[in-house]
Each structure stands twice: as structure tokens, then as C-alpha cells.
Design a protein around this ligand. Sequence first.
Ligand code: PMP
Length: 399
Amino acid sequence: MLKNLVAQRVNPDVPSALSGLFVNDPDPHAISFAAGSPNERLFPVKEMQRAFNTAIEQQGAHLFQYQSMQGNLNLREKLVARIQKWGHVTTTADNVLVTVGGQQAIELVAKALLDPGDEMVVEVPTYVGALAAFDLYQPTYYSVDLQADGLDLDELEDTLKRHPGIKLLYTVPDYHNPTGITMSVAKRQALVTLANRYDFIILEDSPYRDLGYANLPLPAIKSFDTQDRVIFVSSLSKILMPALRTGWLVADGPILDAILKVRLASDLEANGVIHAAIANYMEENDLDQHVNVLKDHYRQQCTAMVAALENDFPEEVSFTRPKGGFFDWVTLPEELDAAALLSQQVIPQAHINYVPGTNFYPGRDVHNSLRLCFSGLSPAEISAGMGRLGEQVKAAVRE
Ligand code: PMP
């Protein structure tokens, strides 16, 4: 069997944790709260087209040559200025690696740090794409719960005491996917103190950090790093466009060297044509002003969703109240299975789609939660869809 020739770490009998997220919606007429994509009606297409044209006109053939393993210097300097201003991180362009989306940054970190069986911590629930990347390197996972203000640090410390070999912790501190939760500043600082004490690395994944509806971004965990232990990852997918496939990381010392080594082996360098266009876009336009427009839209969408959860759902159901980002996390009574509810009732009867929560847990062992994404829908669509979903949930709770 050819399957036997596939590397064991790929585990050919188990689909990627990500595969469930990128299937087409089964019902084209459904209102879908499933896809976690940014709203394409808000993409600055004309401005980006001009930025591409400018790059080609200015650089000609040279633009299409091999360029830089770490990514376009002009772009890296602009990213450094942003993370310095908004995240309070002091760094230089030499410490930045531009990647193919934040996803590649996570995968490169996993490849650079994890040997089979290495112990790592993830908050639960967590981003499925990160689990898909980590899974390939066969770590032993320990799960730590999220609280309303981020990771439960007492539970984390207990876990660290019981498993002193833990070497990596993955967290999404800002407007978390899938819950919308944001880690408090006090916890960010305390987490770095724990990393120093228990000798582990923090992978801070923050693609939504600019999208606080009413707030400025909080200081990054990386801003509290005194021992080069924090790897900061972000992305332009949510604030510009995902098909640019441009993410980036900030790291230091031997950790950065290891990541650069695996990057070279992986794809030599990212797409320099796109980097040059983005750098031009950022020169010719005010990215912060564009982000403000996005924040305004996403705030209205989130408000519509939370209002519907308050008004149309039974009191046995709990949910988060995000202050930014794309997602709300809903917890049903324990006896309900969100995947079964979706396939047996919600899709066929209400034509609504969402992502069942099970995939967001490394053990796939929690069944009564679900992720709702509101980014692609108008407030009116959200209210209508949530009304229909609420009816199904009420019926299931009463059964
Ligand atoms: N991290 C998180 C938490 C995400 O939600 C996503 C996108 N869904 C990514 C990383 C990766 O996004 P991209 O590769 O498009 O930057």
C-alpha cells in the first residue's frame, strides 16, 4: 500500500486539523458563520493595484530576481516601526523574517524547535492551523484553559511543575481564534516571568492585534521579553488581504538562527514582488486609517452577534464578548454535541453553518462548543442567521 510509504509523522489515516475549515459550505444558500476569512468588500484593491504597478515601474527586471531570505528590507523596516509603535517591542529589521502568511511562521517555529515527543503547552481551545503545524512534529501536548483574561496561569504553573521538560508554549493573546478572548497586560508580563523561571519558549501568534474595536493594541508579550525567549508572529492577512500570503516573525539569537536555517531549506525566500508592492502600499497609503475602517465594520458585526446571543439563545448557553477580531465562542450544555447538532439539525433545517469546537482541542475531546465567525456578513445577515440558529439551539436544549 502506497500509504505505508508516507512518513509516520504525517499520519495518513488522520486528516489535517485544518481540512475541515477549508471545505466549501455544504449548502450554498446557507448563512455561514464557519469561514474565518476577512471581509473582501473591505479589501483596498485599487490602492494595492497601484502599489504593484509602482513596484514594477520603479524596479523593472530587478524586482523579479531572487532577493532576500529575510524579506524586503523596506517592508521589514515598516513592520518594525509598526510593532514598535503599537506593540512596544524594541527590535530591528535584522530580527524580522517575512514569511508566507503567519501560518508558515508557525510551521517554521515548530520545525526549528520540536523533536518527536517534545513537551509543549497550548491554551485550549486553540487555533487549529497551529495544531496542524505542530502535529507534524509529534509533540506531547499539555492543555491549559483560557479564562476571560487569557491563559490560566495557575494551571500553567502546576503543569510546568509536573512537567519540567516543557520547552514551548503557544498562545494567541489578542482577540483569540476561536474565542475572541484577549490576555491582560498583567498576564503577559507574568507569562514571561514563568518562561524565564521554567525555561521555555513562548510563541506569541497575534494576527488580530490591530483589530480591537475601541482599543489600541496592547503591549505584545514580546515587549516583556528580557531573555530572547519570545517569538512574535503576526500577519497582514487580516488587515490587508490574505492572498498576499504575507506574515512575519520577530525572534532573537539562536532561536532566530534556527528558524532562518529551516526557512532556507523550506523555500529560500518569500515572494519579493509582493513584499515590494506592500511596502509601496504602506508608503502611499495610511494603513492605520484603513485599519480604523475595518475596526468600525467588525465592531458593528460583533455587536449584532452578541445582541442575538443575548436575545435569541437560551440561558443554558454561554458565550464570549469579544472586544476585537472575528470570532465568538459559544458553549452549549455539556450533553449536547455541536457537530451532531450541526449536521442533523442546523444545516438541514436552518441552513446555517458554523465550526464545531472539537477541532480546536488537541485531544479532540470536547464536544459541546462551537465557533461563530461574523467577519464576512452584514449585521442584518448576522441577526437573521442567529435568529434561525437560536431556534435550533433552543429546540435542542429542550429535548
Ligand atoms: N494564526 C491565527 C490565530 C489565525 O487565525 C490565522 C488565520 N486563520 C493564522 C495564524 C494564519 O493566517 P495567515 O497564514 O493567513 O497569516
